[in-house]
Design a protein around this ligand. Structure first.
Ligand SMILES: O=c1ccn([C@@H]2O[C@H](COP(=O)(O)OP(=O)(O)O)[C@@H](O)[C@H]2O)c(=O)[nH]1
Ligand SMILES: O=C(O)[C@@H](COP(=O)(O)O)O[C@H]1O[C@H](CO)[C@@H](O)[C@H](O)[C@H]1O
Length: 315
């Protein structure tokens, strides 16, 4: 690990217990805070998460927004009933061609929120705790030199203490250590719980699929440097695990995200447009069945570059 990353780890790592709500309220001042939950088919968990945020972080959060990301279930109704403001992803900036994916939901959330600080959290978390949001918010309220804070945690899966984070361990961490060693200090680089200053989030592009977290780390590093980051140990986090095939597609999108940044940085000289169809196999009744998943990703420009953004929302 680079010496500067070791130093960064020592200087810029804290834990959720360092940021109790009373201290957050004292540090908030005039800083406005938006929480954004990107949600696709999360009816089982989104209501409880919204309820906990509204009850336990009352006075700290200025808005709790759920981006309904083309759900097939009644995620939007459940979230609204719990007190969130809900926006359908494809109804935001409707003059733009709608795109798919988590990163699209997060990018569009910037157009319908107004907080000086934006906190992102997944909507599939089980046993949600308000400290998963309060923890990543704390450093930004306390230190004006910080721009972006990532949560980290243990990731139990099926009874295995750190069985989760499969794409992190098999794809993202090796890519980061090979090509972006300055980011090697992030324990959970793909964590869905993180916070950023709007002034930074609106100056970087968003990749539209699951590569959004990796893309943001690389692009905020380019824009603001490593010391603008902090990391908070949030303890443990459990979520609804995806299948291996689904994580294969996620891995493909994260690789495409990495190639896009390597190409932009001139580290890949030649470029052929990669096939974005991932062929996967399962044994069927008559032999091996092939399915092809489209892992195409796109990139949205920095929100600040849009001439016709929605008017800022009044609280
Ligand atoms: O196209 C998508 C895919 C995912 N998500 C949400 O993004 C979060 C993380 O996605 P997911 O749980 O699929 O990823 P995992 O945590 O399993 O890696 C969850 O709240 C999803 O509902 C979304 O809003 N749009
Ligand atoms: O970290 C990971 O390996 C993946 C998959 O986690 P699991 O193996 O299902 O616990 O989950 C993360 O990756 C996604 C893509 O960046 C993020 O969007 C998720 O928020 C995060 O949970």
């Amino acid at each position: 690990m680079l010496p500067e990353v070791r130093g960064w780890l020592r200087r810029r790592t804290s834990s959720a217990a360092d940021w109790p709500v009373r201290d957050l309220l004292a540090a908030k001042g005039a800083t406005t805070v938006s929480v954004v939950l990107p949600a696709r088919d999360e009816r089982e968990t989104v209501g409880e998460i919204v309820g906990i945020l509204r009850r336990e972080l009352d006075g700290l959060l200025d808005e709790v927004v759920v981006i309904d990301s083309r759900s097939q279930d009644d995620t939007a109704r459940v979230a609204a009933r719990a007190g969130a403001r809900v926006h359908a992803q494809d109804e935001i900036l409707p003059h733009l061609r709608p795109l798919d994916g988590k990163g699209e939901a997060l990018w569009k959330s910037l157009a319908v929120t107004r907080g000086d600080v934006v906190v992102f959290a997944d909507a599939d978390i089980r046993h949600f705790r308000a400290s998963l949001v309060g923890g990543v918010l704390g450093p930004l309220l306390a230190d004006p030199t910080l721009a972006y804070v990532k949560g980290c945690y243990d990731r139990p899966l099926d009874g295995v203490p750190n069985g989760g984070g499969r794409v992190t361990e098999l794809v993202a961490r090796p890519l980061i250590n090979l090509h972006w060693p300055e980011l090697a200090g992030f324990v959970q680089p793909l964590a869905g719980e993180y916070a950023g200053r709007r002034s930074v989030l609106e100056r970087v592009p968003f990749l539209t699929g699951y590569g959004v977290e990796l893309g943001l780390l690389i692009d905020v590093l380019d824009l603001a440097g490593l010391d603008a980051f902090a990391q908070v140990d949030l303890g443990s986090r459990e979520h609804r695990p995806q299948s291996t095939e689904a994580l294969g597609a996620m891995s493909g999108q994260i690789m495409l995200a990495a190639w896009s940044r390597l190409r932009r940085q001139g580290k890949i000289q030649t470029w052929h447009e990669p096939s974005c169809l991932l062929a996967q196999f399962r044994r069927g009744l008559t032999g091996l069945d092939v399915t092809c998943r489209d892992v195409t990703i796109a990139e949205r420009p920095p929100m600040l570059t849009l001439p016709d953004r929605l008017p800022a929302r009044a609280y």
